[in-house]
Design a protein around this ligand. Structure first.
Ligand SMILES: *[C@@H]1O[C@H](CO)[C@@H](O)[C@H](O)[C@H]1NC(C)=O
Ligand SMILES: *[C@@H]1O[C@H](CO)[C@@H](O)[C@H](O)[C@H]1NC(C)=O
Ligand SMILES: *[C@@H]1O[C@H](CO)[C@@H](O)[C@H](O)[C@H]1NC(C)=O
Ligand SMILES: *[C@@H]1O[C@H](CO)[C@@H](O)[C@H](O)[C@H]1NC(C)=O
Ligand SMILES: [Ca+2]
Length: 237
């Protein structure tokens, strides 16, 4: 299992020897960003969204990190809606890694995806921009409409072992697709299951078409595993 940066490109993680520095002995989500490679230098521990890293003197500074969870990293403040997509993401469970060069010294805001309550709780995050950028609509219950994000969703993540069904009309009508987690990470007894769609194309839906979401697999079109098994958790690397 691997923490990874960027959807397309290679990452090199040197060693997994270190680290008595981090605090995550259980499944608590955290993210420690370091100004130097190999988890050295000035650092800061985040447990929540941070829309502007200059508030903690870490703007355009981070080169490596230790973390639990799925953390999105953005080149601009406020989660980057209007600037170029960087597609930097760090995924792990008590995992440390050096960032690929494209992601080093440029991150200006960061936030996790998934439930604020438990690392692997059933949850969905819908984003205004592609690559999990901009405003979001998130939750763990049915939503008959998406409020401000009505007809504005361009990317999404589901977390946990429940399926979620996304609809192109309000009140759970219209064309639809059911999504299960298809990425499975584990470290010891801690598990993390999720599926990520950087664009609506990847979901097979039109951009800005989602209008409601229901818990469970209520569609004929199913993405991810329908049997709830965590197949592949040992094959992720
Ligand atoms: C990071 O650690 C690796 C392996 O110990 C070492 O080869 C490399 O020189 C280190 N890099 C820096 C910038 O400290
Ligand atoms: C986006 O990328 C282009 C080409 O690399 C660059 O010219 C432009 O300044 C970038 N825009 C932002 C907002 O970073
Ligand atoms: C699992 O967690 C331990 C710390 O509890 C850490 O040292 C190790 O690198 C982690 N392994 C993986 C594969 O993430
Ligand atoms: C959604 O369903 C509720 C309750 O049945 C109804 O009051 C509402 O008008 C419906 N909304 C739309 C846009 O159809
Ligand atoms: Ca930046």
């Amino acid at each position: 299992m691997r923490a990874v940066l960027l959807w397309c490109c290679l990452v090199f993680f040197t060693v997994a020897t270190p680290i008595e520095k981090f605090t995550g002995a259980d499944d608590s989500r955290y993210f420690i960003g370091y100004a130097g490679l190999n988890y050295t230098g000035a650092h800061y521990q985040f447990i929540d969204y941070m829309p502007d890293l200059s508030e903690v003197q870490m703007d355009n500074t981070i080169e490596s990190s230790c973390a639990t969870g799925v953390w999105n990293l953005y080149n601009a403040v406020n989660y980057d809606l209007n600037s170029n997509e960087s597609r930097c993401i760090f995924i792990g469970i008590n995992w440390c890694g050096n960032w690929i060069t494209q992601c080093q010294n440029m991150v200006s805001s960061l936030r996790y995806t998934g439930s604020p309550y438990g690392l692997n709780d059933d949850y969905y995050n819908l984003y205004e921009g592609t690559s999990f950028r901009g405003r979001e609509f998130r939750g763990n219950t049915n939503a008959a409409d998406l409020g401000d994000l009505d007809m504005a969703v361009s990317s999404l993540v589901v977390t946990g072992q429940s399926a979620w069904t996304f609809y192109t009309d309000v009140n759970f009508t219209g064309s639809n697709v059911c999504v299960y987690a298809d990425e499975h990470y584990a470290n010891g007894s801690i598990h993390l299951d999720f599926a990520r769609f950087y664009t609506m194309d990847e979901l097979g839906m039109a951009d800005n078409s989602i209008r409601s979401v229901a818990r469970g697999c209520l569609s004929d079109r199913v993405l991810g595993h329908s049997d709830g098994e965590r197949r592949g958790q040992d094959a992720t690397n």
